[in-house]
Ligand binder design. Structure first.
Ligand code: GUN
Length: 289
């Protein structure tokens, strides 16, 4: 049976280290890391994510400022708010919760964020820096997934990694990070031929497709390390539950190690957002992370 990777425990330990670091930044440099979180509209899942982020900030001594705008707000209002946060020296990180209402252009809003405050790592500059192996802020979910993989496997050099899903938020940056670790990387997607056969080649399988239990047990190479990025809300036997993109019960007897949902990658995403916020705050004073 696969080892179940304790993402929650890893995230808690990372956050404890960050809490100590935040406390010494306050004492030694009179610096309190601060993140501005912008939430547009009333998507219920987004509200839950934002409140989890704000709670983590409180635990760590990071200041969080929440800005809520109505779903009907204009592009000018939202981009104006981002510009104001860019020029506020007390704000080190800016996160605009996605998805945005349809009338707003996500790319225009994201690229309005100053790259040095882009704690999601979604701006063109940070995306490009990651693609060419330069320093920058790295998207939180791929960064957290990589931390779990390195903790589990140590050196990843030469391993076959298959990333299922090609989103800008997870799939593509995950592939860049794995390539930097000298993996042989395949990005698979909805048009991939023989997806089960491609997945079966993977020593590292990252599932980021957004479909409940899409990856079956017999798609997994025996002993593989499986990172399940999916957070799918389903109703089963009259009960609401969260499930991943991997059929966990079928995968567990085959895989070497697997992240659960919940309690795997999810907590790591928030912990890495805290990490990026501390990194951005330190960089604003020329302090190395
Ligand atoms: N919506 C779902 N995931 C994310 C994320 O990582 N960052 C932002 N800003 N919005 C999201």
């Amino acid at each position: 049976m696969a080892k179940v990777i304790d993402g929650k425990g890893f995230a808690d330990r990372l956050c404890e280290q960050l809490r100590d670091e935040v406390s010494s930044l306050k004492q030694a440099h009179d610096l309190t890391p601060c993140i501005a979180v912008v939430l547009v509209g009333d998507d219920p899942a987004s509200h839950v994510y934002v409140s989890n982020k704000v709670k983590r900030c409180e635990q760590l001594g990071i200041e969080s400022r929440e800005h809520r705008l109505p779903a009907t707000c204009s592009a000018d209002e939202l981009i104006g708010l981002v510009a104001q946060l860019n020029s506020d020296p007390g704000v080190h990180g800016i996160l605009v919760q996605l998805p945005l209402p349809e009338h707003l252009d996500e790319n225009a809003v994201i690229n309005g964020i100053s790259p040095e405050k882009d704690v999601d790592g979604f701006t063109l500059l940070n995306t490009g820096a990651l693609a060419v192996g330069q320093r920058g802020l790295v998207p939180c979910t791929p960064l957290g997934s990589l931390m779990l993989l390195k903790d589990q496997l140590g050196d990843l050099s030469g391993l076959n990694a298959v990333v299922v899903g090609r989103s800008n938020i997870v799939g593509k940056p995950m592939a860049s990070l794995l390539l930097q670790e000298n993996c042989t990387v395949t990005i698979a997607h909805s048009r991939t031929r023989d997806l089960p056969g491609v997945c079966r080649q993977a020593d590292i399988l990252v599932a980021a497709v957004g479909r409940p239990r899409f990856i079956k047990g017999d798609w997994i190479k025996p002993g593989a390390t499986v990172i399940d990025v999916g957070i799918n809300r389903i109703e089963e036997d009259g009960r609401k539950r969260l499930v991943g993109d991997v059929d966990f019960d079928a995968a567990q007897p085959v895989a070497g190690a697997i992240t659960p949902v919940p309690g795997g990658v999810g907590p790591m995403t928030i912990a890495c957002l805290m990490y990026n916020t501390v990194t951005a705050a330190k960089a604003s004073r020329g302090l190395d992370h």
